[in-house]
Design a protein around this ligand. Sequence first.
Ligand SMILES: C[S@@+](CC[C@H](N)C(=O)[O-])C[C@H]1O[C@@H](n2cnc3c(N)ncnc32)[C@H](O)[C@@H]1O
Ligand code: SF4
Length: 368
Amino acid sequence: MSLGVYIHIPFCAHRCDYCDFATWTDRAHLIDEYVDACVTDLNQRHTAGLLPEANTVFFGGGTPSLLDSPAIQKIIDVIPIANDAEVTVECNPDSVDASKLAAYARAGVNRLSFGVQSMVPDVLGALGRTHDPDNVERSVAWARDAGITAINLDLIYGTSCESIDDWKYTIDATLALRPDHISAYALTVEPGTPLGKAVADGLQTGTDDDAQADMYLLADDLLTGAGLDWYEISNWSEPGAECRHNLGYWNGSDYLAIGCAAHGYTQGRRWWNVRTPERYIEAIQNGTSPEAGSERLEAAAVRDESQALMLRTAAGIPHDSELDLVGNDLAEEGLLTSIEDRWILTRRGRLLGSEVITRLALGRVECQ
Ligand SMILES: C[S@@+](CC[C@H](N)C(=O)[O-])C[C@H]1O[C@@H](n2cnc3c(N)ncnc32)[C@H](O)[C@@H]1O
Ligand code: SF4
């Protein structure tokens, strides 16, 4: 069973209008103490025999690329890492330069994930992003100069001012940079964000499901046409360049949570850490657990959850007598297809992934 280590870096230079991730723009003064707390947390787990060799390490955020390379190095150095491990850092194109990326590579980072979102300046403006598309091109070139060739570019589609032509332009311009991985997410209007408030107050239009569906299908056509295969609802990659860390989540592998607001899953137990960086630092400095809560999943819950996650992927889920009745109905509706005794989402099924998962789960309950 492979192990992933997720390290949450809850700092950003600027809050994007759509984002409700656990991140803060006014706490840069905490970065050094926070990194030290992550190192102590990892060391304590190691001493307690709770930190086996990691196959993947993922610095997520927030904006991990706000950390300088000695900080990233300090954390990597206390993780026992497998020889062929995947080590990813999420980056904002505004917070990297050639020397930082070269130093990340020397620290052991071998995969970068850049938040691009759009290549159209007006769309970036509407999302409250601060970078301009030229920064993306430069960042990708610096990554390659540093010897890092595994590169993901994150895109968001369906901003109200974004036309289908804007979206096509974004995909074409992104593909022109030849990343080996692209994630494309439908914009979600999260309550409590500046975007959510503007939509609630009628100052901005929300998202349109039909327009987002058209954009998804266009993305799938263009990305697969360019040799990036679909492998999870929102993810496409060259063969072999799938994100191993995220595949671990979808395949039900264990992962450790380091840092505030991080979620972990080990041996059937799910746990999550305190939400703020202050409380995480305080817990670690006091020698207490940073966990805010946990739950142990029953075998049936583990199976249902794992099926829901696996169904999102191109591997799908195995046929089984409790699923097959509803599976056949969903296949007749064009939402599932059956390949080598596995149920796999069709393109239309991917657009309605949550509905398909709910109907399969209800079908199982009726069978029992
Ligand atoms: C936590 S961010 C990390 C990347 C980095 N902080 C940046 O934005 O440049 C991960 C990705 O989640 C996606 N995301 C965040 N909020 C979203 C939303 N409300 N709707 C759709 N995608 C979202 C964006 O594509 C973003 O790049
Ligand atoms: S999208 Fe990324 S850069 Fe923007 S606020 Fe969220 S975590 Fe920070």
